[in-house]
Structures are given as C-alpha cells and as structure tokens.
Ligand binder design. Structure first.
Ligand code: C5P
Ligand code: MG
Length: 275
C-alpha cells in the first residue's frame, strides 16, 4: 500500500455507507482467474479456445506466435499506454480473424472449458456468493471472450443474477458457427471507452457510488470511469508477472497491490468488513 491511511479511511467510509451503496467492478483473466497453478500458467479465455475441438494445429501455432510477440508488449513497464494501444488492437484483431476462420462451433465451447486449465482464484466461491447474498452487483469487465467467460463461471456455479458482464462476445450464425465478434473490440487498454458506453447505462449499478475495483493490468484502472458521481473508490491490483519491473508503478497506481497472491483473501476480507 502506498498510503495505508487512505485505504483505511476508504474502507471505513464504505462500511458506513453499507452494501447498498457498493458495486464491485472486476477484470476477469488473471484477476478472477489464477495466473498460475503448480508453476504452470492458467489459460485465459482466449487460450481456452486453443483446443483441437475448436481450432486446428496451424491456428494454435499462429495464436501462440502472436502471444509470444504481443504479451511481452502488453506487460512491458518501459512502454507507454499510447505506444501499446495500436499494438493491442493489432493482436486482438489478428486473433479474432484467426478464430473466425476456424468456424468455431458454439455447442463445443462448454467442453473446451471443461478440458482447459482455467481456474478461478482460491476463495472465489466466498467472493461470488457473498456479493450475491448481499445483492451487491458485480460487473465483470473483460477483454477476453465473453461466451467463454460465462461458461467458466457457470461451470463453477457462481453465475448469480447480480453478475453483469461486458466483454467481447462471439456472433454465431443460425447454425451455431462463429462468423464475427459483436460490437466494439475491447482490449486491455480501452476499457475506459467501454465503461462510458456500456457500464454507465447499466441500471443495476445506478445509485451505488462506492466501488471496489479489482484488476491485474494498469488498463483495468479505467473500468470505473463510467460510474456517475463516485464517492469512494478502492482499487486492488494483482501483480502476477514482471514483479520487480512493475512494482513501483503498480504501488503508485493501485491503492492495494497483491504480489503473486493467487487468492481472493484480501477482497473477501474487505467485503466482509464493509458488510
Ligand atoms: O479479462 P481480461 O481483460 O484480463 O482479458 C485480457 C487478457 O487476455 C489480457 O491480459 C491478455 O494477456 C490475454 N489475452 C490472451 N490471448 C489473446 C488476447 C489476450 O491470453 N489472444
Ligand atoms: Mg486481466
């Protein structure tokens, strides 16, 4: 924590206002899901699609090449967001084009999720169930693939009615074959635009000026930009990768930084205190 007293004051203010004033806005990949498990990276929603059921070997190879080029850029502490922006658009656009060429079938997505290495962070059930029980809306704001994301939380039995999702959704034709992605592309560094155009209009989030925001990327900090008249915002950043290089920036940007923490323990403790 950069400023422990500010964190404490924000949590006290949120507690005084109660659950009725609170909303939680969270990123998905590597924030609600684990970064690694037993020393191996856990699949992101895009990487869950890397399954022979859905894509061929050539597509796997191309997607991995793109990941090897663009992921280091995404997390590079020495490049500015302005510099990264066009490159992220390039990465997402290329991957989505590859996926569309594969004619992915909607009805195989659930099986691909079951067979994948995806895992929600330890303590996820307490987190999702607690928010649902107190009727606190959870907005999941993801640059991943919405259809896959939904399936992950459904298979983990935490897709409760208080969950709202903004993400890249697949557009299937009448026979259930992928033909495009819907709407404006969401990547790691344009969440502000999505927040203003989508989140700001969500009725369930109105009148809740206190925000608990969770993310693993600096781009996630703009996810609350659509909240009208915010009062208290507490940001928690999961620093999973390139820890030494990024620590200072993360500590200067998020209120709380969790270093290589694969659990929801801190958000759960804060939520328990507030309610
Ligand atoms: O849910 P979230 O916004 O975190 O989803 C985006 C993440 O997915 C990025 O951090 C990026 O590293 C990852 N990604 C990926 N493969 C892609 C595109 C993005 O693993 N083709
Ligand atoms: Mg993420």
């Amino acid at each position: 924590m950069r400023e422990r007293s500010r964190v404490e004051e924000t949590i006290y203010a949120m507690q005084r206002a109660g659950a009725g004033s609170l909303q939680v806005i969270s990123d998905f990949d590597m924030t609600l899901t684990r970064f690694a498990h037993n020393g191996k990276r856990v699949a992101t929603t895009h990487n869950i699609l890397d399954n022979r059921l859905l894509i061929n070997e050539d597509c796997t190879k191309k997607m991995r090449e793109l990941l090897n080029i663009y992921y280091p850029i995404e997390i590079d502490a020495s490049r500015s967001v302005e510099e990264k922006l066009p490159l992220m658009v390039e990465w997402w656009t290329k991957v989505h084009e590859l996926l569309i060429q594969q004619k992915i079938k909607k009805d195989l997505l659930a099986q691909a999720v079951r067979e994948s290495s995806t895992m929600l962070r330890d303590g996820y059930k307490v987190f999702f169930d607690g928010l649902a029980e107190h009727q606190v809306p959870l907005l999941i704001f993801s640059a991943g693939v919405g259809d896959v994301l939904e399936e992950v939380i459904r298979q983990n039995h935490v897709f409760h009615p208080n969950v709202h999702i903004i993400s890249n959704y697949m557009d299937f034709d009448r026979t259930g074959v992928l033909r495009a992605f819907k709407g404006q592309l969401i990547h790691t560094f344009n969440k502000r635009e999505g927040a203003l155009s989508h989140a700001a209009g969500l009725r369930e989030l109105q009148g809740r000026p206190n925000v608990l925001l969770l993310g693993d990327s600096l781009g996630d900090l703009t996810m609350a930009d659509g909240v009208s008249e915010p009062q208290n915002i507490l940001t928690i950043g999961f620093l999973n990768d390139q820890v030494e290089e990024r620590k200072e920036t993360y500590v200067n940007s998020f209120d709380i930084v969790l270093v290589k923490d694969e659990t929801m323990d801190v958000p759960n403790a804060i939520f328990r205190y507030i309610t």
